[in-house]
Ligand binder design. Structure first.
Ligand code: MN
Ligand code: MN
Length: 368
């Protein structure tokens, strides 16, 4: 007889996570947690925007990628800065102007809108500014799970900690030129709305970076599956993105991202819309099922089997990110179909006729 839950309970959370209290009977063993909601993360509120992050400090399983969710107002600026990890981003809402300059003095200024990506290589300085009418919100992913977005190299912070006479000598101007520079970092602050893009691009005659830092992901035609779509961005179609590979997956109501695993890297997920559940299979009879909502982060270690099922009545949309130059997955259906049928039949005690009737290649997203 199943026991009831008569003691104290967090009903809203329990209601959103039915698989935690009443997991499928196939779950077994003690897998570490692989969900962290951005809603549980501390939010750094500034004039001009906010930022919250999910790093290995709060989410120990996530070794390979750290994530940030950031909002900027129209004119709000994420200060000019750089950092050691590479930065990959997906625009969730609105539009922004992004800038960067590479080690050869080549510039990059572009506007990005919902569905666009950007990638700034390790150590390349950059900025982000919200555009009209309502600024922007985006997801950042860094190729190091320990990286903190609140510990970057900021232009104001560096200049505030450099003697003014050194600044004067560096730029060949009078020391008093720097009397008014900020004494503390700005990080995020309200700025003026930028002018036309072309004017910003043509300010100097420096060349533009040879490989664009921007990519329009949702403008690509998707791989069409029976239960949804998949769009992939990695170094094969977005060459600068040499350390982050991404798939944007849409699963129709009732559909399911098929049983599969990734041979090359851990998977860091960001749930954009809809809801679903995922079971992660870790070998050694270990499997755990977790429910997800929009705004959650999920994580699947390299080679661990998993599926993602849409449990809602709207389209589920999520990102799969990998600390890798390329996207790769191995499909259970594809593996079984392309292995001698008799051999598979002897393992699973299934009739060969049944095996012949199963999908004969990757399904990607199965229909409901
Ligand atoms: Mn950055
Ligand atoms: Mn996957």
């Amino acid at each position: 007889m199943r026991a009831s839950n008569s003691g104290p309970k967090n009903l809203p959370l329990q209601g959103r996570s039915p698989s935690a209290f009443a997991p499928p009977k196939t779950d077994h063993g003690d897998l570490p947690g692989f969900k962290y909601p951005f809603a549980a993360a501390h939010n750094r509120q500034e004039d001009g925007g906010w930022a919250r992050q999910v790093t290995q400090k709060d989410f120990p399983i996530a070794e390979s990628i750290a994530g940030v969710n950031m909002r900027l107002t129209a004119g709000g600026i994420r200060e000019l800065h750089w950092h050691l990890p590479a930065e990959w981003s997906y625009m969730l809402y609105g539009a922004a102007r992004i800038t960067a300059v590479d080690q050869d003095g080549r510039k990059f200024v572009a506007d990005v809108k919902e569905g666009d990506l950007w990638y700034f290589p390790s150590g390349i300085p950059h900025s982000i500014q919200g555009l009209g009418p309502d600024g922007c919100e985006f997801l950042l992913a860094f190729d190091d799970g320990q990286f903190s977005e609140f510990d970057t190299f900021l232009i104001t912070d560096w200049m505030a900690h450099t003697p003014k006479d050194v600044l004067a000598k560096n730029f060949g101007v009078m020391t008093r030129t720097f009397d008014a520079i900020p004494k503390n970092e700005l990080y995020i602050f309200q700025g003026r709305m930028p002018g036309p893009l072309a004017a910003d691009q043509l300010q100097t005659d420096a060349r533009t970076v040879p490989q664009p830092f921007k990519f329009s992901l949702t403008a690509q035609p998707p791989k069409q599956a029976r239960g949804g779509t998949v769009r992939i961005a990695d170094s094969r179609n977005f060459p600068i993105s040499s350390t982050i590979a991404a798939a944007l997956v849409e699963v129709e109501a009732g559909g399911m991202r098929e049983l599969h695993w990734h041979p090359n890297a851990d998977e860091w997920q960001y749930w954009i819309a809809g809801k679903g559940r995922m079971t992660v299979f870790a070998g050694g009879a270990r499997a755990r099922t977790v429910d997800f909502d929009a705004g959650d982060v999920g994580y699947v270690p390299r080679a661990f089997g998993h599926y993602v099922e849409n449990t809602g009545d709207t389209t589920l949309r999520f990102l799969e990110l990998f600390n890798s130059s390329y996207y790769a997955d191995v499909s259970l259906a594809d593996w079984m179909a392309n292995t001698p049928r008799e051999l598979v039949a002897d393992h699973l005690r299934l009739d060969e006729k049944i095996l012949a009737s199963l999908p004969q290649r990757k399904v990607l997203v199965a229909p409901g």
